[in-house]
Design a protein around this ligand. Structure first.
Ligand code: UT7
Length: 336
């Protein structure tokens, strides 16, 4: 009988554009203040991809090239590449195809996956199943979004939130008897959120037209308060559920790795799960909400602090609604 393999995160890398859009600069663009944005969201600045003519793949390629280099991985040995994004370079082909081609992953089958801010978690869960079944031995999961391409910089309710970035992890096949790797995952969806966080036009229901452009329907829109309340409840519950399912206590946990949408949401989720804030990965102050990229960007930034055997819970909530949590044991020591 074929033995099931354990999916193991064996490396992480990230890329953020160099341009930092600060709260002070936003004060000059819309009616807001550094004080309001900082206290309501925890964000001080976000990175923006300013270069003309490049999209999400540009950041994804940079993240994946860095990942291949630092892990000493021959791109031709990668057999699967999934890119989670809501801002693909084009509707078709998939941004994942563009990334695979650019990095020389010629033997990988690659595709995009869209689950908004939960995209990275969904893609990681998908890659985990391919590894477990033996269908793939080496996978790359990319979370990448150029949120500035769908942000209305005259709308103070959304333009303060979002930034651009990409993060990527290498997922390899380990021994199912090992303690290291992805141990459990819960993914949830409820379409009740479809009109609470969405981009109205540009799809098949309302294709691009002069009217949709004039009505600013190609920008991201959200009912902030409603999304906030649902995010707090859903993320707290799914974190508690995965802890209970795996008999995991807050004391045993090394880090909670949450999607970075709002620092206040993360504080409440951590409180409800009994996890001290020092054990919560945070970089929202520097990068804002980069949608599918927030979780791998956190792992990348904290990589040096992580030790083999550290227990992590990744969690996200986003448009759809989509949400979930992944429980993993970190497989290698950081480079500090
Ligand atoms: O990543 C996917 C999931 N997304 C989320 O989880 C985001 C969830 N939502 C949020 O993070 C928060 O709802 C926001 C940060 C978007 C907004 O914060 P809030 O505390 O919910 O503010 P609010 O929308 O209730 O607005 C409060 C007030 C309003 O003024 P009035 O009506 O009380 O006079 C807004 O017009 O704040 C005003 N406001 C602003 N004021 C200064 C809204 N945006 C701004 C702004 N600067 N940028």
């Amino acid at each position: 009988m074929k033995e099931t393999k354990r999916a193991v995160v064996s490396g992480v890398h990230g890329y953020v554009p160099s341009y930092a859009l600060t709260n002070n600069e936003l004060e000059r663009m819309v009616d807001t203040s550094d004080e309001w944005v900082t206290t309501r969201t925890g964000i001080k600045e976000r990175r923006i991809l300013k270069e003309e003519g490049v999209g999400t793949s540009f950041m994804g390629i940079n993240a994946v090239q860095g990942l291949l280099q630092k892990t000493g991985t021959d791109p031709q040995t990668v057999d699967l590449l999934i890119c989670a994004t809501i801002t693909p370079d084009m509707i078709t082909p998939a941004t994942a195809n563009i990334i695979s081609h650019a990095v020389g992953a010629i033997n990988a089958f690659s595709y995009d996956l869209q689950a908004a801010c939960s995209g990275f978690l969904y893609a990681l869960d998908t890659a985990t199943q391919f590894i477990a079944s033996g269908r793939a031995k080496k996978a790359i999961v990319v979370g990448a979004d150029k949120m500035s391409s769908i942000t209305d910089y005259s709308d103070r309710a959304t333009c303060i939130l979002f930034g651009d970035g990409a993060g990527a992890v290498l997922v390899t096949a380990g021994d199912a008897h090992d303690d290291y790797g992805i141990l459990d995952s819960i993914c949830k969806t409820d379409g009740i959120g479809q009109n609470l966080l969405y981009q109205k036009a540009g799809g098949s229901r309302l294709p691009a037209s002069h009217a949709t452009v004039n009505a600013k329907q190609h920008y991201i829109y959200q009912e902030g308060q409603a999304v906030f309340k649902t995010a707090v409840t859903a993320m707290s519950q799914v974190v508690l559920d995965i802890m209970a399912k795996n008999n995991l206590t807050a004391e045993e946990l090394a880090y909670l790795v949450p999607h970075q949408a709002n620092k206040r949401i993360l504080q409440v989720v951590a409180d409800r799960a009994g996890i001290p804030i020092e054990k919560v990965m945070l970089n929202i102050d520097k990068f804002g909400n980069t949608t599918a990229a927030t979780i791998p960007l956190c792992l990348w930034e904290y990589e040096n602090k992580l030790k083999q055997g550290d227990k992590l819970i990744l969690t996200a909530f986003g448009g759809g609604f989509t949400w979930g949590a992944t429980y993993m044991t970190w497989a290698y020591d950081g480079f500090e």
